[in-house]
Design a protein around this ligand. Structure first.
Ligand code: GLA
Length: 386
């Protein structure tokens, strides 16, 4: 079964765009092991756009660019598999991919067979150059059928940027994850905008079909080779910390965009946070709901709490301050279904400091600096002497 919890991995696009090759992907696979990414749960290494030649061969098959991938895709898949990891590739519903390489329109079944032959494990399927009069929903259903019947387990990552009411049909169409937003950029406004845009969509995510808020820019600090994604400094480490916590709490797939061959401790620290990953990977994959803090008139929409019900009865609580000023962000336990009269308190564990904070009754009100967050895991506590 694929996609029970949000897929985790690395994707070439955000940092490298067109500039990808065999050596890069093998190097990333090596770092998955030596830097602890595989042990933390990251699994898929995805080659995004620009891996193929601009024309199919005389049999109508996709051809890996021999300059970039001289040993071919199957050899790369073998290498990635030898590390206990999985390999992903990219195509498009339309005639061409977004960067102008051949898309899979009218080649869905033969392309899926070819991906299976190469032992691919994941397909990201984009939305560029789709003829206007063909339904996107139908094209995703087509590729889903092709993948499900190609003789290999291939996770289906739909990428239509939240368009055409995708929330209403992605699950039925067979996608294991579906992009719900336009492309992320390596700056705070983009990260914040994407998160805010999905706060009222949490009912549409869940096991086997996850709302994909786009790949992470955590740690990139302006390292993309593409102006659109961002070459200008990126975010602060605090903003990246909040970005990661939002994606974890909101159940998004966690696809790293940072060049993990670089040794940058604060970034590693964010991406390998096991307590946050455990929340993201909770088996039931429930969406998180939002609560606005009281008093209502004081807070803007960019200060909020997220509550995620976990399988073992714990509750993950995220206190997010996306505003530009420091704030106290108070949660009344009443608002998550816990009346004072029940005699139940919450024992709170801080998922960034990795320590117990103690037992709290009736409310918890952390002070959260601008652009920062606090995430705690709450357990029921019956021994508060009430
Ligand atoms: C679209 C997608 C991106 C990336 C590029 C590749 O913009 O949304 O994630 O795959 O195409 O061209």
């Amino acid at each position: 079964m694929l996609g029970k919890t949000p897929p985790m991995g690395w994707n070439s696009w955000n940092t490298f765009t067109w500039d990808i090759n065999d050596e890069l992907i093998r190097g990333i696979a090596d770092k998955f092991i030596t830097e602890g990414y595989r042990d933390a749960g990251y699994e898929y290494i995805v080659i995004d756009d620009c891996w193929s030649l601009k024309e199919r061969d005389s049999h109508g098959k996709l051809v890996a660019d021999p300059k970039k991938f001289p040993k071919g895709i199957k050899s790369l898949a073998d290498y990635v598999h030898s590390k206990g990891l999985k390999l992903g590739i990219y195509s498009c519903t339309g005639t061409h991919t977004c960067a102008g390489h051949p898309g899979s329109l009218e080649h869905e079944f033969s392309d899926a067979a070819q991906f299976a032959e190469w032992e691919i494990d994941f397909l990201k399927y984009d939305y560029c150059f789709k003829p206007r009069n063909i339904s996107g929903e139908l094209l995703y259903k087509r590729m889903s059928l092709a993948l499900k019947n190609c003789g290999r387990d291939i996770l289906f990552s739909a990428c239509n940027w939240g368009e055409d009411d995708v929330y209403n049909w992605a699950r039925e169409a067979g996608a294991h994850m579906y992009r719900s937003t336009h492309d992320i950029r390596d700056n705070w406004e983009s990260v914040k905008g994407l998160a805010l845009s999905q706060l009222d969509k949490t009912a549409y995510t869940g096991s086997f079909c996850h709302n994909d808020m786009d790949m992470l820019v955590v740690g990139m600090h302006g390292a993309s080779n593409d102006d659109f994604i961002g070459k200008k400094g990126g975010c602060t480490d605090t903003q990246y910390k909040t970005h990661f916590a939002l994606w974890c709490m909101m159940g998004s797939p966690l696809m790293i965009g940072f060049d993990i061959r670089k040794d940058h401790q604060p970034t590693k620290h964010i991406l390998l946070n096991r307590d946050l990953i455990a929340i993201n990977q909770d088996p039931e994959s429930r969406g998180a709901y939002r609560i606005k803090p009281e008093p209502n008139w004081f807070h803007s929409n960019d200060v909020f709490m997220l509550v995620k019900t976990l399988t073992n009865g714990d509750i993950a609580l995220g206190f997010f301050n996306l505003s530009d000023a420091d704030r106290e962000v108070p949660l009344l336990f009443w608002d998550i279904g816990l009346p004072f009269a029940s005699g139940i308190s919450l024992s709170l564990y801080d998922c960034h400091q990795h320590k117990e904070l103690g037992i709290f009754r009736e409310r918890f009100a952390p002070k959260v600096p601008a652009h920062d967050c606090v995430v705690v895991r709450a357990k029921f506590s019956l021994d508060a002497g009430v």
